[in-house]
Design a protein around this ligand. Structure first.
Ligand SMILES: *[C@@H]1O[C@H](CO)[C@@H](O)[C@H](O)[C@H]1NC(C)=O
Ligand SMILES: *[C@@H]1O[C@H](CO)[C@@H](O)[C@H](O)[C@H]1NC(C)=O
Ligand SMILES: *[C@@H]1O[C@H](CO)[C@@H](O)[C@H](O)[C@H]1NC(C)=O
Length: 576
């Protein structure tokens, strides 16, 4: 019923929001200019099903397809409707500009169909990977969607009632025209990037005063030196940060305490647009807040004479959206004094960070359900896979994030195919897999690109005060047995495996933090994660990470997270 809702939304802003909050189909596009043909869709994971809902302002037959070039020839088509004899629906393919042929194998399933106030709505589903060469191979690339419809239920030539639109179904990002929109600029000005491989620059700043609350809805990177700017994070500062400055990060300055991530960008990412029902609040009550812009410069060749003025352009609007967005940092952090390192010569070393949301009520009460819509995964150079498991009552519900082909050079914020609800009491486990085969020294956890991190930044609404929920194994339990030490210059796989098991079975110390408060829980356990689902076709074989190999690696790039906050925690834990 999209057109109807759009119409009403002119008067009732909540109706538009209900569009975006159908948890199983969070995405929506009109396929035509006149807004007579509306498509909604969503999916569970890339190895599962994709569900479509087609709403057309017509009571005749309606049709939708996936096309190689926008035309009919070679396209995968469904046709359906409600006729005098009830619902009809078929999976077809077109060999030319003629009646599409019914497929031998019907891979699309009709879930429902109805006709109401001159509109036909059909809801149907298929596997993302159907293993039928008559079906279109859906990838995380833009796909030409086609539609057509008739005025009666007799399927015949559509005349002008047809069209095409290019949409990326598996990596969808809404597009708001922001040409005349207002924006805030968080950037550095002509700073000198020193000739060192890892440099973090921090600028503590305030935005121009906005008297009323506004919502940021789009984050656009403004990058001057693409070869060295690796990630940018914008953090909220706590009230005790009251002075601006512009200098190297993590030198013990008060601004190191700004760690609530507000916005982010990672290398390889482009503009990130928030879903239409959420925004990042600025102005109004939060007017006097300082922000910290952190830019990580990766300069492995120690280039000299780099002057940089990169940053983020934050587009905002006075038309408030339904929810404030929050970013929850999860995963693992470690301190140098903890004996937690990745051994060299380990092709697949696993590290885990956990978050048990049962403890959230100590900092926030009541805890609302958190609706997760996107995730950004973050490791450094040795990271190969990141999986974020979601558990309820000890049982895994699914994944909040999954990247089987993690690529340090492609860190994007990925919108989830459906909205996942974290209820209080649910647990989150972040698993990072590292390959240190080509390293001769142990790898520490830390800020440098040759150190490691294991983080998942979870984008959700409505925002709560909790900023991070991370953990580390309690290595004070380690004895001085040889097996409890990080294997150093060994390539003995058994020794590496034993150390990995020791770390995994130690009690895990969880640290949950809001701006000003922490809560610590020493007794966490790492739950067993299910295997990543795979699809095996007899003739075609698709990789587990998705149709094009990096579909699931679309980490929400525009939102890099919270290195800085973590530092504060690290310092704090170190004191403990
Ligand atoms: C489509 O149909 C709905 C329901 O009858 C109506 O509210 C809407 O205005 C129509 N849209 C257009 C663009 O005509
Ligand atoms: C940065 O350098 C450019 C070129 O030298 C100059 O035009 C600009 O005014 C400088 N910006 C600031 C803020 O100093
Ligand atoms: C680990 O890295 C080495 C060297 O780069 C490579 O040959 C090997 O295939 C990788 N192993 C895994 C399991 O990724």
């Amino acid at each position: 019923m999209c057109p109807l809702l759009l119409f009403l939304s002119l008067f009732l802003s909540w109706t538009k929001q209900t569009l975006a909050t159908d948890p199983s189909m969070p995405f929506m596009e009109y396929l035509d200019q006149d807004h007579l043909v509306c498509l909604k869709w969503g999916y569970d994971n890339l190895q599962g099903h994709i569900t479509f809902q087609l709403v057309v302002n017509s009571t005749g037959w309606v049709s939708f397809g996936l096309s190689p070039n926008g035309g009919m020839k070679g396209s995968d088509i469904v046709i359906g409707g409600l006729g005098p004899d009830g619902i009809y629906f078929t999976d077809r393919h077109a060999t030319g500009n003629s009646m599409p042929i019914v497929d031998e194998q019907q891979n699309y399933t009709l879930l429902s169909g109805n006709e109401n106030e001159g509109q036909t709505t059909i809801t149907f589903q298929r596997s993302i990977q159907t293993c039928d060469d008559k079906d279109f191979h859906i990838t995380a690339q833009p796909i030409k969607l086609i539609y057509a419809y008739g005025t009666t239920d007799e399927i015949s030539y559509h005349g002008a009632r047809r069209g095409t639109k290019e949409v990326n179904l598996l990596n969808y990002m809404p597009k708001t025209n922001s040409a005349n929109a207002k924006y805030l600029l968080a950037k550095v000005d002509n700073i000198t990037v020193p000739p060192v491989s890892t440099y973090y620059h921090c600028k503590i700043m305030k935005f121009p005063k906005l008297n009323t609350k506004h919502h940021i809805y789009q984050i656009e990177p403004v990058i001057e030196n693409y070869d060295v700017v690796h990630h940018m994070l914008l953090y909220h500062c706590p009230p005790f940060v009251t002075e601006p400055y512009d200098k190297q990060c993590y030198m013990g300055d008060v601004g190191d305490a700004c760690f609530g991530v507000a916005a982010s960008w990672g290398v390889g990412g482009g503009v990130y647009e928030l879903p239409e029902n959420v925004g990042i609040p600025v102005g109004g009550e939060v007017n006097d807040v300082f922000y910290r812009l952190e830019i990580h410069y990766n300069n492995p060749h120690n280039k000299t004479d780099i002057t940089d003025s990169s940053g983020l352009r934050l587009h905002y609007t006075a038309q408030l959206r339904q929810h404030d967005m929050g970013i929850l940092t999860t995963g693992l952090i470690s301190l140098s004094k903890l004996k937690l390192d990745i051994p060299p010569k380990a092709p697949q070393f696993h590290i885990y960070g956990i978050c048990n949301t049962t403890h959230f009520s100590e900092l926030v009460n009541p805890v609302p359900n958190l609706q997760v819509f996107a995730v950004l995964l973050h490791t450094h150079l040795a990271g190969r896979k990141v999986r974020v498991g979601h558990f309820r009552n000890g049982k895994q519900e699914g994944f909040l994030g999954l990247d089987e082909n993690y690529n340090f050079e492609m860190q994007q914020t990925v919108n989830l195919g459906n909205i996942r609800t974290i209820q209080q009491g649910d647990e989150i486990t972040v698993e990072c897999t590292y390959n240190t085969s080509n390293r001769n020294e142990i790898t520490k956890f830390g800020l440098g690109t040759t150190d490691e991190m294991c983080l998942a930044f979870i984008f959700y609404y409505p925002a709560i005060k909790i900023k991070s929920c991370i953990s580390h194994p309690n290595t004070t339990y380690l004895s001085n047995n040889r097996n409890d030490k990080t294997p150093g210059d060994t390539s003995d796989p058994d020794e590496i495996a034993e150390y990995e098991t020791v770390l995994k079975t130690l009690p895990q110390v969880q640290v949950i933090s809001s701006d000003m408060k922490f809560s610590i829980h020493p007794d966490g356990v790492i739950r067993k994660m299910i295997e990543t689902p795979t699809v095996a076709c007899q003739n075609l074989s698709y990789s587990v990470s998705g149709p094009n190999g990096n579909a699931s690696s679309k980490l929400c790039t525009s939102w890099i997270v919270n290195t800085a906050g973590i530092i504060v925690l690290l310092i704090w834990i170190a004191i403990m």
